[in-house]
Ligand binder design. Structure first.
Ligand SMILES: Nc1ncnc2c1ncn2[C@@H]1O[C@H](COP(=O)(O)OP(=O)(O)OP(=O)(O)O)[C@@H](O)[C@H]1O
Ligand SMILES: [Mg+2]
Length: 470
């Protein structure tokens, strides 16, 4: 596929610091967070004007799933827009709680594990042709994903256990992965989830669901994460021969590699061969470079992604991270934590260091440590603030999300009761069939035009609530 549809889902962690006698549970805090959402959309599971889905599942991990994007920068902007929307919802929740006599502080964290050892995800979705042989795809993709943590891990302070002292690891998520491929997302927590829900014409397409990734704060890291994976997918689809790189025990490998910051841990392949994690990832980079040299780049971000990919592997190999300490989440975090340790004479086991790890992921623009570093120019960007503001209010223009965005805008401006999912849109009180958009690239629909005409005049005073505006 030269033009691909992507989407990313983020589950956020909630922290509540509670000075009151009667504590609020994370579930109760989540309910405060979603009050304005329910007021606006009559549900805690809504599609918003930028085409994204915002919802509160069982438990207390609010989720934001971006609209379908066909361009990496759109994808990153749509994902960041989710952080900005939730940060407005946090401020509103904080106020509503204070009015009810609760004086704690709410923190929404875009990370993948909490202090109690729970894990929550960041799921990537890639449109792939149905004809791609799925088994071959997973056999190539899993060794790539097991070693992708060098490129896109968000870094984690790992508390001491009986076997190991406290230390820093590449990945947030690696320790919680339990399976290579599976159709369950929570129970077995696989690298690739095989549940077959294409949200598209199933005879043509499949939606590849990668659930092993860390949530990223850094825009540059996101570019490398999604961009490198997309290049590998393209190569698989073009029939590039990778040889047999299956890892004998992918779960053990992903965990061991995460904890060795040299990248030199040896892993055993199914063929019996052993190879270091770094050499395995380097193999994919070299393959990608020669493929692109031969075929040419298929979109404008291919070359920058390859350059960044090489830069990161060189840095890991030299164990000198200075060339990537503004680009890659784990390296940005590592630099920050090491500087703090040196200044205060602390080690990895100190609870203050662990706290800083969490605070790195706080989505609050003024309080979150990543956001503070970025504002000071210590994290490189691929977007501007106005790109993100735009993505809060506008769906991507080049996928069916454009139709969904238009539908949500037009119906809310008329107070219509609606029903929406990734492929369907319906105004419940209008006697017209639902609009069905199975093609993720479709941006026009006559049926939608007719439906909107039927709706009559919009309320001239209608405005989306503040949390949906930049
Ligand atoms: N055909 C498609 N190809 C690739 N990505 C898609 C396609 N259709 C939708 N997406 C993306 O897939 C994601 C779906 O998010 P959603 O949270 O609804 O996931 P799910 O896996 O269907 O369900 P759940 O999270 O409830 O288990 C969104 O980011 C969306 O943009
Ligand atoms: Mg989801």
């Amino acid at each position: 596929m030269k033009r691909r549809v992507y989407g990313v889902e983020t589950e956020f962690g909630i922290n509540y610091h509670n000075p009151d006698a009667k504590p609020l549970t994370p579930e109760e805090v989540a309910r405060y967070l979603f009050k304005p959402v329910v007021r606006w959309g009559r549900s805690s599971n809504v599609f918003i004007p930028n085409g994204a889905r915002l919802y509160l599942d069982v438990g207390s991990h609010p989720e934001y799933a971006t609209a379908e994007c066909d361009n990496l920068l759109d994808l990153i902007a749509q994902d960041k827009a989710g952080e900005w929307i939730f940060s407005k919802l946090v401020a509103q929740a904080q106020q509503a709680m204070a009015e009810d006599g609760f004086h704690g502080r709410v923190f929404l964290l875009k990370n993948n594990t909490d202090s109690k050892g729970n894990s929550f995800g960041s799921h990537e979705n890639y449109l792939i042709p149905r004809k791609t042989e799925y088994r071959r795809l997973t056999e190539i993709l899993i060794p790539f994903l097991v070693t992708r943590q060098f490129l896109a891990g968000a870094g984690r302070v790992v508390p001491a256990t009986e076997e190991q002292p406290a230390h820093f690891s590449f990945s947030q998520r690696a320790d919680f992965v339990l399976d290579a491929v599976s159709s369950a997302t929570t129970r077995s927590r696989p690298i690739i989830n095989t549940r077959d829900e294409p949200h598209a014409d199933a005879s043509l397409h499949r939606r590849l669901h990668v659930i092993v990734g860390d949530s990223n704060m850094s825009e540059t890291t996101q570019l490398l994460r999604f961009g490198s994976t997309e290049i590998i997918l393209r190569m698989i689809e073009e029939g590039v021969i990778f040889g047999d790189k299956r890892i004998a025990n992918p779960i053990r490998a992903i965990q061991e590699l995460s904890h060795d910051m040299t990248g030199q841990t040896l892993i055993q392949l199914a063929t019996g061969e052993t190879i270091s994690g770094l050499d395995l990832q380097e193999f994919f980079l070299e393959k990608a470079k020669s493929f692109i040299a031969k075929e040419g780049p298929h979109h404008e971000h291919v070359e920058p992604v390859l350059e960044l990919w090489e830069k990161v592997l060189t840095a890991v190999r030299s164990e000198d991270y200075s060339s990537i300490e503004t680009d890659i989440d784990w390296a940005i975090k590592h630099k920050l934590l090491v500087a703090y340790q040196e200044k205060h004479g602390l080690d990895w086991a100190d609870p203050r260091i662990r706290q800083l790890d969490f605070t790195y992921h706080d989505i609050d623009p003024a309080r979150g440590l990543f956001n503070v570093l970025q504002a000071r120019g210590q994290a490189t960007r691929v977007l501007t603030d106005s790109d993100i503001g735009h993505a809060m209010e506008h769906a991507p223009a080049t996928t069916r999300a454009a139709l969904r965005g238009r539908f949500v805008n037009e119906t809310h401006a008329r107070g219509e009761d609606i029903n929406v999912d990734w492929v369907h849109m319906r105004a419940n009180n209008k006697p017209i069939e639902l609009v069905l958009v199975k093609d993720p690239f479709q941006t026009e629909s006559e049926k939608m035009d007719r439906l909107i005409e039927l709706l009559g005049e919009p309320d001239p005073d209608y405005q989306h609530p503040d949390w949906l505006r930049a």
